[in-house]
Every structure is written in structure tokens, then in C-alpha cells.
Design a protein around this ligand. Structure first.
Ligand code: NAP
Length: 299
């Protein structure tokens, strides 16, 4: 029986583990087959985490993991299949290779994150980290004075385009419809920018490049030259395991304040899966610390 089971080993989960270990709690972190510490591991460079400028995202995540391990955190490589609350305890069914086992805890911190919706076009996976990015604030600075494209018509795409327009040589927005979901005000700002080109009613069918992104192929037969492409076609929170145990916001994220408390007693959320305004490493680690603080107060 654990005091806390942490589901997810990204920055939020590892920060929670560090705080839990320092508070003397019996804790275990469940991580899927190890491929790095969540989404941050996919970022080629991180420039906005204090003290670690110009660091590889994978490496930053490894520092978090080493810190948690140094404090003695138990990390288990397993896939969570089910979370059940039986009144007093949470039962978490995990699968390790072909074998299932059940772990018990008084509290859960769920930090499984959110995944970027993908375009599913040729070149997208192959050129990830080589010009294909899902995070303008993480990777934008690496495209100073270069040509970039942003795909999508929501607030993220428009905000990304505005942010990139101050860094890149030019920005081409590619959106599949003629009207935008994102803010009218941001769109107006973008229309006034000399280095922003907006193309609507198009779909990207292929991202091309040898070592690095070179151009995008559109479904109208035209091409757009770009060294960087920022895909901003929405996020998909990883909430399938929680079902109706918690409440969600309109975009499907778990409703919880900065304290991480959900509507279900003993179940806390931290990181990108939580309903919030800024999804970055720095807010994820803060969530992890806050969730432990809430558990200590609620125990
Ligand atoms: P979103 O609002 O769901 O927009 C996703 C965009 O991607 C839409 O324009 C959609 O096109 C397009 N899209 C989806 N699948 C596509 C595909 N397969 N191929 C091409 N285009 C595709 O997502 P978001 O922009 O990430 O925003 C998520 C939520 O956060 C929203 O509620 C948003 O308002 C909020 N947000 C707010 C701010 C802010 O207030 N500053 C900033 C960022 C996000 P269609 O329009 O044709 O469906």
C-alpha cells in the first residue's frame, strides 16, 4: 500500500515524486515504456526553464528523473489499464509485459499529460525535431530570420504565428477553412504584419526535406517554402483512464485549480492534463509540487 501513486513520469510527475520523497511519503511513479520524460523529451532545445538555457529537452527531463531517483523514488515501467476507487483505497491495475498486477494507494496524482493532435501526413514523424515542431514558445527561437509555416486556425495557431512573426523572417499560416476559430483581434494583428502571409482553404498533404524541413506540399498542388513548420491543430488530453471519476472543462481537460484537487477525493491532477492557461515545463513542475502540498494538507 502506497501513500501516493503518481501516474506519469513527465516533469509534473517527477516534481511530485521529489516533493513526496522529501516529505517522507511512500510513493511510486508509473511510467509507460521509457522513451524520455514525456513531451519535453521531444523538444530539441529548451530556453525558457530558469537555470538551464539552451538545453536539449530530453536532457532536461533526464535531470528531473535523476533527481527523483537520487532521492530513492521507485519508478515502475508499466502501462496503467484501470483506476478504481473502492471507498478507502485506489486500486491501480498495471500491465508489465504480459502480466497484470494491482497496486494500492490512498492518493493518486494523475499526470499523464496531453498529446498534440497530429496531422498524419508524410514527413511529419520523420522530420520531428528537424523542423517539425508542436510548440512555438519552446522551439521558435531556433528559427530566427528563417521562413516558417504554422498550420491551424485556432487560438494556438494564431498566437504561435504572432509570436513567430517577431522572430522569423516570415510566417505563412495555413488553415483548412476560410474562417478562423481563433481570436478576431489576434487575426487582425496578424493581417497588419508585413511578414505574415495567410493562406486559407488548404490542407498540407506532405512535409518534405532531406535532413531538415524544406517545403510543404498543399492539396491545391502548390508548395510553401519553410525551414520550420509549427503544427497547431489542437491537443488531446490523456484522460481516458479517468472516465467519469472527475469533471472536465469544455476542451476535455480535468477541472482542478493550482492545488491539483479534482472533484474526486484523493485524486489529484498535475501538468498538461489539468485545465489551465499555460502548458510549459515550469507550470508542470509547479503543479507537481502543489499537488503534494494538497495531499499533505488533506491527509
Ligand atoms: P482548437 O481551437 O481546437 O483549434 C484547432 C485548429 O486546428 C482548428 O482551426 C482546426 O480547424 C484545425 N485542425 C484540427 N484538425 C486539423 C487537421 N487534421 N488538419 C488541419 N487542421 C486541423 O485548438 P487550439 O488552438 O489548440 O486551442 C485549444 C483551446 O485552447 C481553445 O479553446 C482555445 O480557445 C484555447 N486557447 C486560448 C488561447 C488564448 O486565449 N490566447 C491560446 C491558445 C489556446 P477547424 O477550425 O477547421 O476545425
Amino acid at each position: 500500500m502506497y501513500d501516493i501513486i503518481i501516474i506519469g513520469s513527465g516533469p509534473a510527475g517527477l516534481a511530485a515524486a521529489i516533493y513526496a520523497m522529501r516529505a517522507g511519503k511512500k510513493v511510486i511513479v508509473i511510467e509507460k515504456e521509457y522513451e524520455g520524460t514525456g513531451q519535453i523529451a521531444l523538444s530539441s532545445k529548451v530556453d525558457n526553464y530558469p537555470g538551464y538555457y539552451n538545453i536539449d529537452g530530453y536532457e532536461l527531463g533526464e535531470h528531473f528523473r535523476e533527481h527523483a531517483l537520487y532521492l530513492g523514488t521507485e519508478i515502475k515501467n508499466a502501462t496503467v489499464k484501470m483506476i478504481k476507487h473502492t471507498g478507502e483505497v485506489f486500486e491501480v491495475t498495471v500491465k508489465v509485459r504480459k502480466k497484470e498486477e494491482v497496486l494500492e494507494a490512498a492518493n493518486i496524482i494523475y499526470c499523464a499529460g496531453a498529446r498534440h493532435r497530429t496531422l498524419n501526413v508524410k514527413g511529419e514523424i520523420e522530420l520531428q525535431g528537424k523542423g517539425v515542431s508542436y510548440c512555438a514558445t519552446c522551439d521558435g527561437s531556433f528559427f530566427k530570420d528563417k521562413e516558417v509555416a504554422v498550420i491551424g486556425g485556432g487560438d494556438t495557431a494564431l498566437d504561435d504565428a504572432l509570436y513567430l512573426s517577431d522572430i522569423a523572417k516570415n510566417v505563412t499560416i495555413l488553415h483548412r477553412r476560410d474562417t478562423f476559430r481563433g481570436s478576431f483581434t489576434t487575426l487582425e494583428k496578424l493581417r497588419k504584419k508585413e511578414n505574415v502571409n495567410i493562406i486559407t482553404g488548404v490542407n498540407v498533404t506532405m512535409i518534405e526535406g532531406e535532413e531538415h524541413v524544406e517545403k510543404l506540399i498543399l492539396d491545391n498542388g502548390k508548395e510553401v517554402k519553410a525551414e520550420g513548420v509549427f503544427i497547431a491543430v489542437g491537443m488531446v488530453p490523456e484522460t481516458e483512464l479517468l472516465g467519469d471519476m472527475v469533471k472536465y472543462d469544455n476542451a476535455g481537460y480535468v477541472l482542478a485549480g493550482e492545488d491539483g484537487r479534482t472533484t474526486h477525493k484523493g485524486l489529484y491532477v498535475a501538468g498538461d492534463v489539468r485545465s489551465k492557461g499555460l502548458r510549459q515545463v515550469i507550470t508542470a513542475v509547479a503543479d507537481g509540487a502543489n499537488a503534494i502540498n494538497s495531499i499533505l494538507q488533506d491527509m
